[in-house]
Design a protein around this ligand. Structure first.
Ligand SMILES: Cc1ncc(COP(=O)(O)O)c(C=O)c1O
Length: 425
C-alpha cells in the first residue's frame, strides 16, 4: 500500500466520536448552531482530563515547592511528573525541560541570557516566515551590536528560501532562530536540514515548535537541535510555555535570577513561583495524546510510543481534512491562497490555511463566520514579517482557518458553504 492509501485507511479508522467526547467545550452553541472551532492555531480546546488535573491539584496538592509537608511534596511530584511527560513529548531527559509563562517570555529570557556571551559583529539569522516571538527577542540584541539577518521566502508557495539561508549563514552566525511550522500558512520547514546547516557553520539553533506541536511528533534527539520551544495551550493543554534545552547549554548560559533561587538546571531557568496547577494540566494533555495513541495502536508499550502512534493517526486525519478544505477553497472565484496547494506536497504543510477573498476584508469575513458559529482568525497573527512581505499587512492581513484533530469534514463543509454565502451576499 502506498503512503497516501495508508493515510486514507488511517484517516477512515480515526475515532473522531471518541475524540470529540473528550472535549466538553465542543458542545458550545452559537445562535442556535454548534460552534465550529477552526481557531486552533491561536489556542486549542482542552480535554476533560486537563480540567480534572487542574482541579485535582487545587484539591490535593496546592502549596509551594520544597516544603516538609504533604501538599508541598505532592507539588514537587506534580512538577516532576509533568517534566517526565514533556521529556517523552520532546524525546529528551527530564532535566532538559523548562516550564515558563509562554513561548514569548521564555524566548525573551533565553535571548537575554545568550546575549551575555555575544559580541558586537556576531550575527543571528532569523526568518520572514516566523511568528514575531521568534523574531523580536533576537532582533532586540541589535542594541548590543549583534547583526540581525533575515531569510526570505518563496512567494509562490510560502516556503523558506534555503539558498538565501545558506548564503547568509557564515562563521559569524552564532544562532539561527527558525519556526518548525508557520502559524500563518502552515508550511513545515526542513528543520533537521537547517539544524545541520547551522551546526556546520558553528551556530546554535533555536526552533519555535509552537505551531507544529499539535500537528506532528517532535524528536529533539533526532533533530539534534540546541533549543526547541512550544506552548501547551496550542496542543490541548493549559496556557503555558515549555522549553527543551540541551543540558550542557542550559548549564553554560546563565539566566537572570534571584540569589536564593537554585542554580540547578532546569529549575534555575524557571523564574519565581510557577503556575503549578497548570503544570499539572500539561501532564494531563500529554496523557490525553498518549491515550489517543494507545487507542489507535494497542501495541504501543511506552508513553513515547503511544504519542508517536497518536500523531500517526492525527497527521493522516488532518491531512484528509486539509485536502478537502484546500480543494474547496481553490474552487471559489477570485480567492487568493497563501501556501502549498499541491496534494503531493502535503507532507510539507500542516492543516493551517490562509487566504483572502476578492470581496470584503478578513475582519468582515471573520465576523460573518463568527455570527454563524464558525470561529476563525483574521489579521497577521504576529507573523508580521510575512504579511508585510506579501503586501497584505495594510489590507487587514488574511483569514486563517486552523484544523486540528477534533475538527470534522462536516465543519469544513459548513465553512465552505458559508464562504459561498458571503461571496453571494
Ligand atoms: C508559531 C508561534 N510562535 C510563538 C507564538 C507565541 O506563543 P506564546 O503565546 O506562548 O507566547 C505563537 C502564538 O500564537 C505562535 O503561533
Amino acid at each position: 500500500m502506498g503512503a497516501s492509501a495508508q493515510h486514507e485507511v488511517a484517516a477512515k479508522s480515526f475515532d473522531i466520536a471518541w475524540v470529540r467526547a473528550q472535549f466538553p467545550s465542543l458542545e458550545l452553541q452559537v445562535n442556535g448552531r454548534p460552534a465550529a472551532f477552526l481557531d486552533g492555531p491561536a489556542g486549542t480546546q482542552v480535554p476533560r482530563q486537563v480540567m480534572d488535573a487542574v482541579q485535582k491539584y487545587f484539591l490535593e496538592a496546592n502549596a509551594n515547592t520544597y516544603g516538609a509537608f504533604l501538599t508541598s511534596r505532592r507539588t514537587n511530584q506534580v512538577i516532576s511528573d509533568a517534566r517526565a511527560a514533556m521529556a517523552d513529548f520532546f524525546n529528551c531527559g527530564s532535566e532538559e525541560v523548562v516550564f515558563g509563562q509562554n513561548m514569548t517570555t521564555i524566548t525573551f529570557d533565553l535571548s537575554r541570557a545568550i546575549a551575555r556571551e555575544l559580541e558586537a559583529g556576531d550575527e543571528i539569522l532569523l526568518t520572514t516566515l516566523d511568528h514575531d516571538a521568534n523574531f523580536s527577542p533576537w532582533a532586540a540584541l541589535a542594541e548590543k551590536g549583534v547583526v540581525i539577518r533575515k531569510v526570505d521566502i518563496h512567494e509562490s508557495d510560502c516556503t523558506l528560501d534555503l539558498d538565501d539561508l545558506k548564503s547568509k549563514l557564515s562563521s559569524k552566525t552564532k544562532l539561527v532562530a527558525v519556526g518548525y511550522a508557520s502559524n500563518i500558512v502552515g508550511t513545515i520547514n526542513p528543520v533537521a536540514e537547517i539544524t545541520r546547516l547551522a551546526h556546520a557553520a558553528g551556530a546554535m539553533i533555536y526552533i519555535d515548535a509552537v505551531h507544529y506541536a499539535p500537528h506532528g511528533p517532535i524528536d529533539v534527539k533526532a533533530l539534534d537541535c540546541d533549543f526547541l520551544v512550544c506552548s501547551p495551550y496550542k496542543f490541548f493543554g493549559p496556557h503555558m510555555g515549555t522549553l527543551y534545552g540541551k543540558k550542557p547549554l542550559l548549564e553554560r548560559f546563565k539566566p537572570y535570577k534571584v540569589r536564593p533561587a537554585t542554580d540547578t538546571v532546569p529549575e534555575c531557568w524557571e523564574t519565581g513561583t510557577q503556575v503549578q496547577e497548570l503544570i499539572a494540566g500539561i501532564q494531563a494533555a500529554v496523557e490525553y495524546l498518549a491515550e489517543l495513541g494507545r487507542r489507535s495502536d494497542s501495541s504501543a508499550k511506552t508513553r513515547r510510543a503511544a504519542l508517536l502512534a497518536a500523531y500517526r493517526s492525527t497527521v493522516a486525519y488532518e491531512r484528509t481534512l486539509a485536502a478537502q478544505l484546500i480543494e474547496g477553497l481553490l474552487a471559489l472565484p477570485g480567492l487568493r491562497f497563501f501556501g502549498i496547494t499541491d496534494a503531493q506536497r502535503f507532507h510539507e504543510r500542516c492543516s493551517t490555511v490562509s487566504f483572502r477573498l476578492k470581496k470584503g476584508t478578513p475582519t468582515e469575513l471573520a465576523a460573518f463566520l463568527g455570527d454563524r458559529g464558525i470561529f476563525t482568525w483574521d489579521g497577521n497573527f504576529y507573523a508580521l514579517n510575512f504579511t508585510e512581505r506579501m503586501g497584505v499587512e495594510l489590507l487587514g492581513g488574511v483569514l486563517r482557518v486552523g484544523l486540528v484533530h477534533y475538527n470534522t469534514a462536516a465543519e469544513v463543509d459548513r465553512l465552505l458553504a458559508a464562504l459561498a454565502e458571503f461571496l453571494a451576499a
